[in-house]
Design a protein around this ligand. Sequence first.
Ligand SMILES: [Zn+2]
Ligand SMILES: [Zn+2]
Length: 364
Amino acid sequence: MPANKEAVIALVTGVDKPPELSNLELPELEPNAMLAEIQAATLCGTDIHLWHSAGKATPYIPGHESCGIIVEKSGDRFDVTGEPLEIGDRVIWAYPFCGECFYCAVANQPTMCPNALRFGREPVAVYPHLLGGCATHQYIPARSSVIKVPDGVPSELAASASCALRTIMHGFERLGRVPAHETAVVQGTGPVGLYALAVAQSRGFKKVLAIGAPVSRVAVAKDWGADATLDIDEVPQRKDRVQWVMDQTGGRGADVVIQCAGSMAVSEGIDMVRAGGRYLSIGEGGTDQDISITPRAMSVKMLNIIGVRSGAGRHFYEALQFLKYGKFPFQDLISGTYPLDKVADAFNGMKSMREVKAAILPNS
Ligand SMILES: [Zn+2]
Ligand SMILES: [Zn+2]
């Protein structure tokens, strides 16, 4: 048990209310559980969406993207490569899938597990209480896959790997083989889009095109090696954007379009895919919005539409390896850092889009 027996936590107490600081006794560990001291918790659009909507779960500790140092453990634990985990190891960890439901045990699609706890939204009143990253400490459940963070990968980036980048790794796994003649379009130049752009380049696409806004993010996509970029503020008409993709792809459309921009982008993105191509939908923003797809797009065009949700331990591991060895200025994605008593400012920065990706440093 750490010397300090209490955690300091940020709490969302109601819809859109500024998160408040509170204290909570550190919980007893179940067998094989661990406790981490949080080094960084990054925020994404999901945190803001939950803040606007998660009235039933309040109060809860926000933050589902965490990197921490193990300060307590119960029993022997191992990381996803079989290495023993020790006090002092810097780690990230997956949602604890139950291992026993249809999705875990039969379908081998654990990210659909209905019994998993999901961090950054569970009611703080329910044991083990510390399930959000905006706190000095977070509980690592016994069933969570745990991944050691390689030296040289900053904690803020490791935290972001535990959401955006692991989902992208899962998405590319579902996308499958990429023949060397293929062209990809990435819709979106936020953190998810930029990570997807980087991964797409590493997977051997002949060309990777990026579409996004504002101009500063499009410039980052260009710096990160996009073969061509389109600023949607400069090209406001959907049909002109689709035509741009056609012009870049010999009139056929892209072999693969990767949606990292939210559901608003889906039907436009489908128009950008060539006949017989693949549409990989990663971005979740605006999930309540209906999209229409014509039967022509589904069958006559022979589209393969691939959805992806979250990731399992191997995707987290792959994400961290990519951060370690990928030749991209990943630190550009972290737009601001905040201490724990400024979580409300970080939330407002994310809400107003002033921040691209804010990091909370609860123990700084
Ligand atoms: Zn996230
Ligand atoms: Zn399950």
